[in-house]
Write a protein that binds this ligand. Sequence first.
Ligand SMILES: [Mn+2]
Length: 325
Amino acid sequence: MESYLHRHIHRLLLNAREPVFISDERIDGDSLGSSLALADFMASHGKIVPVYITSVVPKQYRRLPRVHQCTTNLDVFNNPEIDLVVVFDCSDAEFVRSLVERISGNPTVVNMDHHVTNNRYGHVNQVVEGAPATAAVVHQFFEVNHIIPSRDAATCLLTGLCFDTTAFSNAATNERALDAASKLLLNGARVQDVIHTMFHNRSVSALRVWGAALERIEEDREQNMMSTYLTRADIEENHVSDDEMEGLSNFLNLVTDVDTLRVFRETADGHVKVSMRSLTRDISLIAKEKGGGGHKHAAGYLIPQSRLVCGEDGRWQVVTTNKIR
Ligand SMILES: [Mn+2]
């Protein structure tokens, strides 16, 4: 079935006159890497496809090949000739619907993803739950269709794989991830660029904020769980960006022996974002129940209209700020 779908998607891409790509709302190495790799393939066929993203590309990703094709301009959807939309690494059907609705024509929607919480919102759904990254799904697309990725495409795909597996260390790492990575290296993927994108990007201020989070860790031994908290003040007073704060949960997951962890972080728009990681528990179920999504061992959700308050006993709480009825 997967191979059949990959061949079908190949035909759709080659026949599309005005395709548009959409990268997940949350920009990361996988959503960007997978969409830019396929943008590179399209460019090899003379088609420069716009890749819609919700906010400017975080600094660490600005050296990715074809990143100049990314746009935050919603006007890309005004073209009535759009006949194909390909969505990458996105399980949020509502987000995709709100964008596709802007297109006056009737485009085919292709959904390429690996989240267990993906509800198959597309006309064509290549959702491979066992895949370590959407980049691995796109890599499979190349293989099934006998396309040799360019060095640029290989670098994008390796970025996606490295990002979602935290450089081949977390629970998403499987033989598929390592097999795809070794093939991408043979295709000339620039591994040092990928490492640079993944790791060499945190400022000293960002590490100080991480330090505050490390100090606040609360451990629940009975649950084999730990939690930590970051407020707007932490982020703003240290002049760091939210992008720089991403990755804290992955880092903790890499280095701790505690099974499950949660990072609570106040967002700029008045909510609290919860990132969860677990070595053994299926936390995608918790995330889904709370309106979020993700994977079995890496998931998250948002607590709307709320903030974090530290009590006199030094324990942190999520407090709802929505008191207007
Ligand atoms: Mn992913």
